[in-house]
Design a protein around this ligand. Structure first.
Ligand code: NAD
Length: 329
């Protein structure tokens, strides 16, 4: 039987808990005194991301693929399991869809059985190639159902549908967070994201590659802030289902990001420009007014501090995963 009947300490399942965001979430929930069951099939995540938690008697790691059913007693479920970068989710698109859809069905079924609250880590990709900037939660999106990114975008959209149908049909407490670009320690080094790309190029002394003129803007949320947002979302009243956007609305020009990383790493790397890929949006920025009102949440970590911590992580040898995650970042 779970502890929640007797105290505020909860038994919490984090799927994808050995991944980038999941490992930070596990850490924060443990710090709050909860018992954590981290479930991960280690497709894109790595046990080494949670090695530093293994000695904690309140932390348990279980290697499991959420496309198969799971029977455990928990009070809350954070469903984060899913490869998140195009390189990884396009590697096995069918498995990506199964993870989003069958995984959601399995986790919702579990939540229904044990009367747990459940939160879905959704994504800004729900909005597809948006015609509205910045994107409020009320925007339904512009998604190609048959493209090479659809396994991720449509899988996540279907998971949101499932969450709402379980909520309407069975009266279950559900929460949906739409996560925008997040960065920080334990990002995977070679998943093609701009922050990790620039940092690694700078640390290796290779040219820092900008696609286009660098005047396009992006916004980046530090992983600590994001994990706080997820926890706040889980703690909301039954009536709050979301979807709620979680991300950092501060925009940065890609050229400024490259220069900033060059300076922070003290790198001799030069910035080089390459042709802009097709359909690269000029701007991407979340509208977080709903999160501010409902959760009293807003990102707190300035980009310089977040970048320093991330650079430190990669400097300590993130490419050899066993090195980078020994310390708590
Ligand atoms: N990082 C971002 O900027 C971002 C943006 C939007 C949404 N998200 C969402 O947040 C979640 C976490 O993303 P992340 O950046 O930490 O990615 P990640 O790849 O580091 O973490 C995902 C984890 O899920 C695990 N996993 C994948 N398929 C699984 C399966 N079938 N069963 C069990 N475990 C499985 C992976 O091994 C990995 O540990 C994902 O659902 C992602 O879609 C992330």
């Amino acid at each position: 039987m779970s502890n929640s009947k007797y105290s505020k300490i909860k038994r919490i399942l984090v799927t994808g808990g050995a991944g980038f965001i999941g490992s930070h979430l596990c850490e924060k929930l443990l710090d709050q005194g909860h018992e954590i069951l981290c479930v991960d099939n280690c497709f894109t995540g790595n046990k080494s991301n949670v090695y530093h938690l293994m000695d904690n008697p309140k932390f348990e790691f279980y290697r499991h693929d959420i496309t198969f059913p799971l029977y455990v007693e928990v009070d809350e479920i954070y469903n984060l399991a899913c490869p998140a970068s195009p390189i990884h989710y396009q590697f096995d698109p069918v498995q990506t869809l199964k993870t989003s859809v069958h995984g959601a069905i399995n986790m919702l079924g579990l939540a229904k059985r044990v009367k747990a609250r459940i939160l879905q880590a959704s994504t800004s990709e729900i909005y597809g190639d948006p015609e509205v900037h910045p994107q409020p939660e009320s925007y339904w999106g512009n998604v190609n159902p048959i493209g090479s990114r659809s396994c991720y975008d449509e899988g996540k959209r279907c998971a949101e549908t499932l969450f709402f149908d379980y909520h309407r049909q069975y009266g279950m407490p559900i929460k949906i967070a739409r996560i925008f670009n997040t960065y920080g320690p334990r990002m995977q080094p070679d998943d093609g994201r701009v922050v990790s790309n620039f940092i690694l190029q700078a640390l290796r002394g290779e040219p820092i590659t900008i696609y286009g003129d660098g005047m396009q803007t992006r916004s980046f949320c530090y992983v600590d802030d994001l994990a706080d947002g997820l926890i706040k979302m889980m703690q909301t009243a039954f009536s709050v289902t979301g979807p709620v956007n979680l991300g950092n609305p501060v925009e940065h020009r890609i050229l400024d990001l490259a220069k900033n990383i060059g300076e922070l790493t003290d790198s001799p790397s030069k910035i080089v420009f390459r042709p802009l890929p097709q359909d690269d949006p000029r701007r991407r920025r979340p509208d977080i007014r709903l999160a501010e009102t409902l959760l009293q949440w807003r990102p707190q970590i300035p980009i310089d501090i977040g970048l320093r911590r991330t650079i430190n992580y990669f400097r300590c040898g993130a490419e050899d995963n066993s090195l980078g995650s020994k310390d708590k970042f």
